[in-house]
Design a protein around this ligand. Structure first.
Ligand code: HEC
Ligand code: HEC
Length: 346
């Protein structure tokens, strides 16, 4: 739990004792840097087995996540497109603009509970949390750099020499260490403290009203087969009946497998923190949850790979839609948003 007093105390201790390097601002105290498996959740896929989790490893990963030197012209960090205050999605951006203002063609998902991901990206094109950052670092419309360039920039920084020394015992900076540290930071972005979670754990703050409960019931009947509790995704690739954008022609999973039966399938996204992560769907086509709900009742198209569960769409009255929406709003984790450990330390 969050102990305000301890933080204040630690702050003052760090404040007085930290005169090592003027470039390093005192790191915020890192409490609870440890693996979490909330009760009733499946075992995580990533368990830090070869990448022991430490406070210094996390602190380095945090600095790197917000480090613009990871991009070719030092203008873009991971945090530019994955913003803390919207559960690490990109606020109000259908597509993210990366380097030189160039636009990508997919919507930036929120980042949380990544240790459970069986794959990464909308099409599952990356299968390990430790290699995932190579995607954005080298993507020509995101950071347009490469690890060698990043390593040489970081190596000329005293601040990073010290951070690597603390995290790994020597100040040598290499790709594996960069990727390990980013995995430590990203993996700590746990989200399991929403009103819904408090309700499930019968804790203070978990009192759901009649509408939210009705929405929860409907959700379990109509949505849970894909957006499966408690992570609100089954991590499968499915076609939920979106019409194809004729300009982007994004075939999703088929990009990776080459199989026609995977056309237009995308990874089921988690609906945790969904109130914050608009716009919605892989291409950010819907601005509101109402539009997303209307899609399921009246927007489904079938190009042959439509998920069998959605063959007839989903029938919902407007009251039922309102109830489901009320339930979806209980999935916002304000603790994730206010957690100081995840802020830009620079
Ligand atoms: C220019 C914007 C941009 C930048 C910079 C960026 N990302 Fe992303 N990120 C995205 C988009 C867009 C996607 C979805 C891409 C796709 O599915 O093809 C994504 C996907 C991801 C995912 C997959 C999440 C999931 O659930 O599958 C992770 C993890 C991630 N980014 C981490 C990072 C890290 C770490 C960095 C920095 C090294 C970074 N991103 C930099 C826009 C960005
Ligand atoms: C057959 C599986 C399936 C069912 C049933 C289903 N969904 Fe989805 N949902 C998906 C997939 C797959 C996507 C991602 C589609 C894409 O972007 O191409 C998605 C996307 C979404 C999104 C956008 C999420 C984001 O981060 O952009 C919302 C919101 C959503 N679904 C809500 C619901 C609700 C509410 C229900 C029940 C009324 C429901 N879904 C039923 C598979 C399903």
């Amino acid at each position: 739990m969050y102990k305000k007093l301890n933080i204040i105390l630690l702050w003052s201790i760090i404040g007085f004792s930290c005169s090592v390097d003027p470039e390093i601002k005192p790191q915020l105290p890192v409490e609870n840097i440890r693996q979490v498996v909330p009760e009733g959740w499946p075992s995580p896929v990533y368990t830090y087995q070869n990448n022991p989790l430490t406070e210094d490893g996390f602190a380095l990963g945090r600095s790197l996540f917000y480090e613009k030197m990871l991009s070719r012209d030092n203008t873009i960090s991971c945090g530019s497109c994955h913003q803390n205050f919207v559960a690490f999605a990109h606020s109000e951006h259908k597509f993210s603009h990366g380097i030189d203002g160039l636009l990508g063609n997919r919507n930036a998902p929120g980042l949380f509970n990544l240790n459970w991901n069986t794959s990464f990206m909308w099409d599952g094109g990356i299968n390990h949390i430790e290699v995932q950052p190579l995607g954005p670092i080298s993507n020509p419309v995101e950071m347009d750099s490469d690890l060698n360039a990043v390593i040489s920039k970081l190596s000329s920084s005293n601040k990073y020499k010290q951070l690597f020394l603390r995290a790994f015992g020597t100040d040598s900076i290499n790709s594996q260490r960069i990727l390990f540290a980013l995995a430590q930071f990203q993996g700590m972005l746990y989200s399991y403290n929403s009103k819904y979670d408090y309700y499930k754990r019968v804790e203070v703050g978990g009192e759901m009203n009649a509408q939210e409960l009705s929405g929860y019931n409907l959700f379990v009947q109509k949505c849970n087969s894909c957006h499966k509790e408690p992570l609100f995704t089954d991590y499968e690739f499915r076609n939920n009946g979106l019409s194809m954008n004729p300009i982007l022609q994004d075939t999703g999973r088929a990009h990776i497998t080459g199989s026609p039966s995977d056309r237009y399938k995308f990874k089921t996204p988690s609906l945790r923190n969904i109130a914050l992560t608009a716009p919605y769907m892989h291409d950010g086509r819907f601005n509101t949850l109402d539009e997303a709900l209307n899609h399921y009742t009246s927007g489904i198209v079938n190009y042959g790979t439509l998920d069998p569960i959605l063959q007839n769409g989903i029938t919902l009255s407007s009251q039922e839609k309102a109830d489901i929406k009320a339930f979806l709003l209980t999935l916002t984790d304000y603790k994730l948003l206010s957690d100081e450990r995840f802020r830009d330390p620079n």
